[in-house]
Write a protein that binds this ligand. Structure first.
Ligand code: GLU
Length: 454
């Protein structure tokens, strides 16, 4: 084995030994490390400085108890996390996920991905992630508020505009950010707008932040399609999920002339051959916090609810799909789903969620020449717009929707360009996984070298 190969495999062995049982984190680390062999061959200085092992080890990991009282007066208990992964490019930055499946390994995988994603944006933000196994689903507003207040009562001592700036992720949207910010403000007696992003534009948030992740994913997909002289205009698109990312990916895709024929949630999926009715899905998901079945019941027409199978089956069973945008959660699209997409003539897959495609799915997409954008590149628009929110907060300014959305577009075009160029430079044109991993890693690794052994 070459010394580069043995260093990469030693770094991965260390990840396995230090983080037993954290399968999603192992998966994310392996994917990045596997891309780095040619980089460390060219740059032995990274190995001399122990960069591979250092970059896999979070700078700080915080785990805490969150106790709160439900509406019936019973005491409830959850676990809170914040993994402050890497801060060489800026304050730790990344969302909070509230979902019953959240464990330390989940947050570590997300935090690790965030380092490279944030570096790709070109903005001065480090990587971090947090969350809890709290499930906001089915809770009253008052319960969510009490949970958020208790969560922030511990988290507040670890964050700050120059230290660590959390935002939303699955289960954390405008309502939760409001309660978290309120408690932070109360504890500090200071209006520190820049301590959280994803705030409402009514009190310190940025216009276009809500739309940013979904819009950015579609802009990335459009850039990829352009390299093959194709476009979203007239395309049939399947989107998974029906949260913030999925809704705004649908909106942008339809603005660009596509028809989005599928969306899903944990209760099933909808096939809507006439294209998703955006106002209706927004009303149900953003306002009523309802289910995809409510959408089908009220949409009428040709929309159908399916409670078995997966949204990707539409490609095989309903006359094809040109583009797939997995916007739900990790490992939701596997090899079988890729086979459906291939049968349906799919030309591009862009990850709106974090790591929604399994490694086997990615491999199969690559083997079949399907354009594939990994989440750390394709969904970077969310965190990039969070960084724009931080800029507005720091300068006590507010920008217009169009100005902010234009900056988002430029950033996504740039992220695409960097990934494409880096893949080309390393002899793998069109391999956006390799391009994203190497371009993101190199920025962080160079800053780590410059900042010395810390
Ligand atoms: N949770 C989002 C992500 O996965 C956004 C993070 C942020 O805005 O800080 O990138």
């Amino acid at each position: 084995m070459s010394s580069a190969a043995s260093s990469v495999s030693a770094a991965y062995d260390t990840v396995l030994r230090r983080n037993p049982g954290e399968l999603e984190f192992h998966q994310a680390a392996k994917e990045v490390l596997d891309s780095l062999m040619p980089v460390v061959e060219r740059h032995p200085e990274y190995l001399d400085a122990g960069i591979l092992e250092r970059i896999c080890e979070p700078e700080r990991q915080i785990i805490f108890r969150v106790t709160w009282m439900d509406d019936a007066g019973r005491v409830q208990l959850n676990r809170g996390f914040r993994v402050q992964y890497n801060s060489v490019l800026g304050p730790y930055k990344g969302g909070l996920r509230f979902h019953p499946s959240v464990r330390l390994g989940t947050i570590k995988f997300l935090g690790f991905e965030q380092i490279f994603k944030n570096a790709l944006t070109g903005l001065p933000i480090g990587g971090g992630k947090g969350g809890s196994d709290f499930d906001p689903k089915g809770k009253s507003d008052a319960e969510v508020m009490r949970f958020c207040q208790s969560f922030m009562t511990e988290l507040h001592r670890h964050i700050g505009a120059e230290t660590d700036v959390p935002a939303g992720d699955i289960g954390v949207g405008g309502r939760e950010i409001g309660y978290l910010f309120g408690q932070y403000k109360r504890l500090h007696n200071r209006y520190e707008s820049g301590v959280l992003t994803g705030k409402s534009p009514a009190w310190g948030g940025s216009l276009a932040r809500t739309e940013a992740t979904g819009y950015g994913t579609v802009i990335f997909a459009q850039q990829m399609l352009k390299t093959k002289n194709r476009s979203l205009d007239g395309a049939r698109v399947i989107v998974s999920g029906s949260g913030n990312v999925a809704i705004y990916a649908t909106e942008k895709a339809q603005q660009l002339g596509a028809t989005v024929v599928g969306l899903s949630d944990s209760s099933g999926y909808v096939y809507d051959p006439d294209g998703i009715d955006l106002e209706l899905i927004k009303q149900i998901k953003e306002i009523e916090r309802g289910r995809i079945s409510d959408y089908v019941a009220r949409r009428g027409g040709r929309a159908e609810l399916r409670t078995s199978g997966k949204v990707w089956d539409i490609a095989r069973e309903e006359g094809g799909a040109d583009v797939a945008l997995p916007c739900a959660t990790q490992n939701e699209l596997d090899e079988n789903d890729v086979r459906s997409l291939l049968d349906g003539g799919c030309a591009a897959v862009a990850e709106g969620a974090n790591m929604p495609c399994t490694p086997e799915a990615v491999e199969l997409l690559h083997q079949n020449g399907v354009l594939f954008a990994p989440g750390k590149a394709a969904n970077a628009g969310g965190v990039a717009t969070s960084a724009l929110e931080m800029q507005q907060n720091a300068s006590r300014d507010t920008w217009t929707f169009d100005y902010t959305a234009d900056r988002l577009e430029q950033i996504m075009v740039n992220v695409h360009e960097q990934c494409a160029q880096t893949a080309e430079e390393y002899g793998k044109p069109g391999d956006y996984v390799l391009g994203a991993n190497i371009a993101g890693f190199t920025k962080v690794a160079d800053a780590m070298l410059a900042l010395g052994v810390i």
